[in-house]
Ligand binder design. Structure first.
Ligand code: NCD
Length: 322
């Protein structure tokens, strides 16, 4: 039985990763090791993907109670490439919509000897709730929690930045758009704060500005051009309509594009070697122009490649906690 660290549910008493719920509880060395290990799973373009037997005999269940393309596909491929048995629960068929509680779903799967639960849910606190109640042998990986946390996205974003810039310190990183509803912005900001002394600039339309208490160390800008000026990294976010309760304040797509979109002209205000990121799904010519998304500064596809490697590294890390 793994003994947990009582101050940090994510870590075992020996400091190993038991659950991945958010980045806040991890330190710089820990994150650096995870990113280094993710690099080991990357292969040159055109060669066969990395595989290993690290999860042989283990069962990974992907429970996505919200839509997902990249995150779900990459968790599935990551688990398969590490030789796990993988179960993808189809949410539309699941008992959850028939009223079964999430814990009953978890306990049902646990009765089939699932070892790792990958969970995406619209409810704040759900991954932690499951981690507190799951059997001691099991691990919970947060694959997107409300507007709160998306730790593997934060890790893949940091890996992408580190590859391009050679460091995760002393960088100006501008995140633009619907920050208030973005778990991507939150996990990346927290991660960058842990990793170094970075200048994190947030810029959002009025109703989409975040509660800055949730973004310690970051600065809020009103004007996108000012926030983009001389930045090293630009991150575009879509309007996350599914999380917006009162749609009356949502800008039109044309307005969002004009004031907050990453257009060629706006990107030109950043450093000449700035990189452009987007977590996906992208709305071309709304938050990012097609030209920028496909242009030389875009690392959007590299983010996807890194997502798979990061998820392999996280799966490998939780095996070490056993
Ligand atoms: C993000 C998410 O789900 O939070 N997507 C992703 O995981 N790549 C961002 C988004 O939905 O806009």
């Amino acid at each position: 039985m793994t003994k947990l660290n009582s101050d940090n549910l994510q870590l075992s008493a020996a400091g190993k990763l038991k659950h991945l719920l958010n980045l806040e509880g991890l330190d710089k060395n820990f994150i650096t090791r995870l990113l280094d290990n993710a690099e080991n799973y990357l292969r040159p373009k055109g060669s066969l993907p990395a595989r290993d037997y690290g999860l042989q005999g283990q069962t990974v269940a992907n429970l996505f109670f919200e839509p997902s393309t990249r995150t779900r596909a990459s968790f599935e491929l990551a688990a398969k490439r590490m030789s796990a048995d993988v179960l993808n629960l189809d949410v539309n068929m699941s008992s959850r919509i028939k009223g079964e509680s999430i814990l009953d779903t978890i306990f049902t799967l646990q009765a089939m000897q699932v070892d790792v639960f990958v969970v995406r849910d619209a409810g704040d606190g759900i991954p932690e709730f499951i981690a507190r109640n799951v059997g001691t042998h099991a691990s919970v990986l947060n694959a997107g929690e409300a507007s709160t946390s998306h730790p593997t996205q934060g890790l893949l974003d940091m890996l992408t930045i580190r590859q391009a810039k050679g460091r995760l310190d002393g960088l100006s990183v501008t995140i633009i758009g619907d920050i208030a509803h973005s778990r991507v912005a939150r996990s990346l900001s927290h991660g960058l704060r842990i990793m170094g002394n970075n200048d994190i600039r947030l810029v959002a339309p009025g109703g989409m500005a975040p509660d800055m208490a949730l973004y310690p160390g970051a600065s809020l800008y009103e004007d996108a051009d000012t926030a983009v000026k001389d930045a090293d990294v630009l991150v575009a976010l879509r309007i996350q309509r599914e999380r917006i309760e009162d749609p009356s304040g949502i800008p039109t797509e044309a307005e969002y594009n004009q004031r907050y979109g990453l257009t060629t002209d706006r990107v030109a205000l950043a450093k000449p070697d700035a990189i452009v990121m987007h977590p996906g799904p992208m709305n071309r010519d709304v938050e990012i122009s097609g030209k920028v998304a496909d242009g030389p500064q875009s690392v959007v596809r590299q983010q996807v490649t890194n997502g798979l490697a990061v998820r392999m590294a996280v799966l490998s890390a939780v095996m070490e906690s056993r």
